[in-house]
Ligand binder design. Structure first.
Ligand code: FAD
Length: 398
């Protein structure tokens, strides 16, 4: 009997995890199944580009995983029963239950309306492809001079506002930020950001906490009403409710609590990676939802699974940050170097070079997904029956 490993979600972290599992473990020992709702890889980090009207490269999974030993299942995950060790999926052939021995949960996140009134009815979002395509279609119908307000001064908000303003200079683009514009950046980074944002004609509303969204405006806590034919909501991400509906130990927001090997603290057969996991990073700060820290969580989980199944050494690689890569349209960018725990240091790369750097980072991540078993040596190890039995015993007593 092969050890059954199911990876849920083929975003950046799930796809990386499935490929790395195939490299680390032997086909005769493990059956790896990757479940994803969509037939192609969605480059979430480019959703603002898609919304602004750019066409993204099509990246079908069928070709990517062919010959890797990873079985791809196109189906929507509708539930997970961590006590019975089953996953409920709904695909073209109807509803089905899949059994696992080890589960890697990588279902990512969506947008976070944060309970602000009117957001669900009137705001657009770019956390995933359907939202980005909806916004794209709406932006295309806007006439010159109409107002677009991007809510959220974080990385996604900055990327969205600059991308839209660069593509549609005829629109009146504004950015509403809860704090000061780029107030977490170094002074060099902040200055550059102000220069680019000003150059693109974006109106910035600082210290503007948005308290309501209507069809034609957004309201702020200090009583302002900012005209908005389109409101783009980018204030954070929220995980899907699936994990919260299980017996897994999760945070109040539904992220799965894991240890340093990305193993669930309540169910040892379950690993969680990427946005779906609550991972403590350097300085005992939770990692933020990002590819930058999410992909290393996938590596760590896979190396831990392989080590536990084969008797190898458990990985203990601290997950840290190096930089924040921010695109500011297609011609400008900002690479803010940071400490291990994500605080800005003085140096930053700006301008055209930063835009090229960011583009290479995005291309590199997509290349890694598209070549899941390429690059690393094939350190495939035998799964030992004793190890599997020991793992099951731990699971049973947990
Ligand atoms: C516009 C934008 C720009 C960003 N820019 C950056 C950046 O520059 N740098 C950075 O580090 N991060 C960036 N991020 C954040 C980054 O995209 C996420 O943190 C990252 O995608 C998380 O990876 P993940 O694998 O956990 O989840 P995801 O990439 O979201 O993948 C989840 C996968 O699970 C699938 N799925 C979800 N639910 C189900 C279900 N019920 N059934 C089956 N399949 C399902 C999805 O289809 C998807 O394939 C950006 C995000 C956005 C939206």
């Amino acid at each position: 009997m092969r050890h059954r490993i199911i990876v849920l979600g083929a975003g950046y972290t799930g796809a990386f995890a499935a490929g790395r599992l195939a490299r680390r473990l032997r086909r005769e020992d493990v059956a790896i199944t990757l479940v994803n709702a969509e037939p192609d890889f969605v480059e979430r980090v480019r959703m603002h580009q898609l919304a602004a009207g750019q066409d993204l490269k099509s990246r079908p999974f069928s070709g990517m995983f062919a010959g890797t030993g990873v079985e791809l299942r196109l189906a929507k995950v509708t539930g997970v029963d961590v006590d019975r060790k089953t996953v409920a999926v709904a695909g073209a052939d109807g509803a089905e239950e899949l059994g696992y021995d080890t589960l890697v949960y990588a279902l990512g996140s969506g947008w976070n309306a944060q309970g602000v009134p009117g957001t669900a009815e009137h705001a657009f979002e770019i956390a995933g492809r359907p939202g980005a395509l909806r916004l794209r279609e709406r932006l295309a119908r806007l006439d010159a001079g109409q107002a677009v307000v991007v809510v959220g001064g974080g990385l996604t908000g900055l990327e969205a506002a600059t991308e839209i303003a660069e593509t549609r200079p005829d629109l009146d683009v504004a950015l509403a930020a809860r704090g000061g514009l780029g107030d977490w950046l170094s002074s060099k980074g902040r200055e550059h950001l102000r220069k680019v944002v000003g150059g693109l004609g974006i109106t910035v509303y600082e210290h503007a906490a948005v308290t309501g969204v209507e069809a034609d405006r957004v309201a702020t806590a200090d009583g302002r009403a900012i005209p908005a034919a389109v409101t783009v909501w980018t204030a954070g991400f929220a995980v899907h409710p699936i994990a919260k509906a299980t017996a897994l130990e999760v945070t109040g927001t539904g992220q799965i609590m894991v240890d340093g090997t990305m193993r669930s603290v309540s169910h040892p057969d379950v690993y969680a990676v990427g946005d779906a996991a609550m991972v403590m990073g350097p300085g005992d700060k939770p990692l933020r939802m990002s590819c930058a820290s999410g992909v290393p969580t996938a590596w760590q989980a896979v190396d831990a699974i392989a080590a536990r199944l084969t008797g190898g050494k458990l990985p203990n690689v601290p997950i840290r940050y190096f930089n924040q890569c921010i695109s500011l349209g297609r011609k400008e960018g900002l690479i803010q170097y940071v400490t291990a725990d994500d605080r800005a240091v003085r140096s930053a790369l700006t301008g055209r070079l930063a835009a090229v750097y960011k583009e290479l980072v995005c291309k590199g991540a997509a290349w890694g997904v598209a070549n899941p078993t390429f690059g690393l040596p094939m350190r495939r190890r035998r799964v030992t029956r004793e190890r599997v039995a020991a793992g099951s015993a731990v699971a049973a007593s947990a």
